[in-house]
Design a protein around this ligand. Structure first.
Ligand SMILES: Cc1ncc(COP(=O)(O)O)c(C=O)c1O
Length: 387
């Protein structure tokens, strides 16, 4: 028997660049910094031994999970020994009915974050450009760099996307434009008229990702556009079960777009995500309109409670269409100190430097008790830091 040695290079002479330096990640991986999420409650408790900790840093649902979703998760666990359906038949069917879009236009994944990495990998090449606003969802920065693509940002205008500046920043290398509506961390909304105009101006060969993670919080405003109603060959809309449905820890989100594009995503999606309990929970949560209504109601009252408190303290914030508010401090140093001093007192907030808003600290809405505690801590911290 003769051995095929085509792939056997052990006898080849070593060039200087092949010196044994151990396994190395390519530069674009080595230059990444690991994602830092909002501080964990358990971590803070361990570090500081605080009696009370309130976390309003990750835009989670203060009501917890939909009870129907919880029940579905428990029931689904009996099937945990089986691999999941890669096409998430039940969930895509439920979403298809809910949005009036064919199943073939829908793909589910382990959250928008996961789907975003697939979209970037599928519709751009190494060194291509992903274009967005300067202050936006951290996930687009992380996923772009992870895929060795270039992130290009256009300046914001009054903490909202400057859509004209984004169009002006398009180059021959631009392959994707990312917009979150409402935007995180600023909470600003793109009105329908502005979005329509923008879509018309973007060349057909550039994919627009319209991220509607906070859709249900914003849709009460008559100027807010519903991405699901747009049928464009270069538009993918993303939504998540992490916020209003209270399933952040289960990791389930979905993308809706032209069948031709969704087909490409199925080629690279990890086949067995979302996990079975996540799929079952999402189907149940989608039907739990009562829970979503309670969530939106609580968000409204908490927004009022927080903004009334901030007005009293003379703290500046951006009017929000989501479930969080961006506080604007004097500069990056004051914002970092503000978040740190709140943390020391058991209130976890998010300094938004990594989101491209270095002077900002983001706080999400909570229960009335959460908000009372948050305002007490903030009053103390603000009295120390106010200049
Ligand atoms: C605009 C936006 N998109 C996506 C996500 C992440 O969603 P998921 O939990 O589905 O990955 C977030 C979470 O904060 C977000 O703010």
């Amino acid at each position: 028997m003769t051995l095929n040695t085509t792939h056997n290079t052990t006898d080849m002479p070593k060039t200087p660049s092949q010196k044994n330096t151990g396994v190395q990640a390519p530069d674009y991986i080595r230059n990444l910094t690991p994602y830092q999420s909002g501080k964990l409650i358990s971590e803070l408790a361990r570090e500081k031994g605080l009696k009370r900790i309130v976390k309003l840093a990750s835009n989670e649902n203060p009501l917890g999970c939909s009870p129907l979703a919880l029940k579905a998760v428990q029931e689904s666990l009996n099937g945990a020994y089986r691999y999941v359906d890669p096409g998430a038949y039940e969930l895509t069917t439920a979403l298809s009915e809910y949005h009036g879009r064919p199943r073939k236009e829908i793909i589910c994944g382990a959250g928008i974050d996961s789907l975003m990495s697939y979209i970037i990998a599928a519709f751009s090449d190494v060194d291509d450009e992903i274009l967005t606003g300067e202050a936006t969802f951290i996930g687009v920065f992380v996923n772009t760099k992870k895929c060795n693509r270039n992130i290009v940002t256009a300046p914001m205008k009054d903490y909202a996307y400057d859509l004209q500046a984004i169009v002006a920043a398009i180059t021959p290398r631009t392959k994707i434009i990312y917009l979150a509506n409402p935007n995180n961390p600023t909470g600003k909304m793109i009105p329908k008229v502005a979005l329509d105009e923008f879509i018309e101006k973007v060349p057909q060969n550039i994919l627009i990702i319209l991220d509607e993670a906070y859709y249900n919080y914003a849709c009460g405003d008559t100027n807010y556009p519903d991405g699901m109603k747009y049928r464009r060959e270069n538009l993918i809309v993303t939504r998540t079960f992490s916020k209003d449905y209270g399933l952040a820890g289960l990791r389930v989100g979905y993308a809706v777009g032209p069948e031709r594009l969704i087909k490409e995503l199925y080629k690279i999606k990890l086949p067995f995500e979302p996990a079975h309990p996540a799929q079952s929970a999402a189907v149940a949560a989608l039907g739990d309109t009562k829970f979503v209504e309670q969530t939106i109601q609580l968000n409204k009252s908490s927004m009022k409670q927080l903004t009334d408190g901030f007005d009293k303290l003379g703290l500046r914030y951006i009017k929000s269409h989501a479930n969080f508010l961006l506080l604007i401090l004097a500069d990056e140093e004051q914002a970092a100190d503000f978040a740190e001093e709140c943390l020391n007192r058991g209130l976890i907030l998010r300094h938004t430097k990594a989101f491209g808003a270095p002077c900002g600290v983001r706080i999400n809405t909570g229960t009335s008790e959460d908000d009372i505690f948050a305002l007490e801590v903030i009053e103390t911290v603000w009295s120390l830091l106010k200049r």
